[in-house]
Design a protein around this ligand. Structure first.
Ligand code: PBG
Length: 324
């Protein structure tokens, strides 16, 4: 009689055994909720391509962050949608700009329960939609942009942000901002480097979420989706420049980069499950083509397994409720 020499199925025989040998665990504290707050509205506005996600008014934002804190998630990442934009993105470092106003309100509401985080990038605030300022020929000017990022960083730190999410992909942005924070005495402000942020199609719904004015693409600053080694290099540079945490974004198409970055740096590594990843699952589930809850939890587990310590996900609060 022949029989299998090995029986790995023994480890899968019952829910109890499977639970005992499970390698990867998801807990609410590892989830961060990205949130949008729009200037000048009194009721939340739905975002068509992201069912279940809204542009918040100040009031609905306060209520939603209280819910997020009650759900036990790790933090919130705030994005501002200003009423007016200009070439320099002046609303970004204006203390009365929507993101800074919202940050003060959120810190006052839940500052002890959540890590309050702010997106540090100019694209929501510029009338051309680029993440930086443009030179005379219309190209994104790296070093001129760094000056704007430093002003934005200080405005966010003064507003009480615990963690600055540097998502602009300018060279030297972490070093410039770390230096300014130290000089101004903000020694505890955390820097998350969106170290390996790839240019591509998965940010589509986000552009609607922030009313992006962009017409071209971001391929001169965000990474080429074909390049893994370059993503690791960016992560190493961000750590060297003083990032406390580095991130890979989007998540699911870049799990190999995530694993490689996690193996290469000695700081926490996060991943951003972006708007397009969210929209795909929601759209398929709405058609009855996929099991929504199963797909959400499987995607989050896969991202954790690949090496993410925490995940930015629009499902953070809902998933937290399932996980408790
Ligand atoms: C830049 C920024 C973007 C996202 C987060 N920060 C947009 C972009 O790079 O075009 C996208 C997030 C998502 O798609 O969910 N401020």
């Amino acid at each position: 009689m022949s029989f299998p020499a090995h029986r790995p199925r023994r480890l899968r025989q019952s829910p109890a055994v499977r639970r005992l040998v499970r390698e990867t665990h998801l807990v609410p504290a590892q989830l961060v909720l990205p949130m949008f707050v729009r200037e000048g509205i009194t009721e939340p506005l739905p975002i068509g391509s992201m069912p279940g996600v809204v542009q918040h008014s100040m009031d609905s934002l306060r209520r939603a962050v209280a819910d997020a804190a009650a759900a036990g998630i790790g933090g919130v990442m705030l994005f501002g949608v200003p009423a007016e934009r200009d070439a320099l993105g002046s609303g970004a470092d204006d203390p009365d700009g929507i993101l800074n106003v919202a940050t003060r309100a959120v810190v006052a509401e839940v500052g002890d329960a959540l890590v309050v985080q702010t997106d540090l990038c100019l694209d929501e605030f510029t009338d051309h939609g680029h993440c930086g300022v443009l030179n005379a020929s219309g190209a994104v000017d790296n070093d001129a942009t760094l000056e704007r990022y430093v002003a934005m960083a200080l405005a966010q730190a003064r507003a009480g942000s615990h963690l600055l999410g540097l998502s602009g992909m300018m060279d030297g942005q972490v070093a410039a901002i770390r230096d300014a924070l130290e000089t101004e005495g903000f020694v505890d402000t955390l820097i998350l480097g969106y170290a390996a942020k790839y240019a591509g199609a998965f940010y589509g719904p986000f552009r609607e979420a922030v009313d992006s004015q962009l017409t071209g693409d971001r391929r001169t600053y965000q990474l080429d989706p074909a390049n893994g080694r370059e993503g690791v290099r960016e992560a190493l540079l961000d750590v060297e420049e003083g990032a406390d945490i580095v991130m890979v974004k989007p998540a699911m198409p870049y799990l190999d980069v995530l694993a490689e970055v996690a193996a290469s740096v000695d700081v926490p590594v996060w991943a951003y499950q972006v708007s397009g990843e969210y929209a795909m699952v929601e759209a398929a589930a709405a058609h009855g083509w996929i099991d929504r809850r199963g797909a959400i939890l499987e995607s989050l587990t896969g991202i954790r397994r690949a090496g993410a310590g925490a995940i930015l996900t629009y499902w953070a609060v809902e998933a937290a409720a399932w996980l408790r």
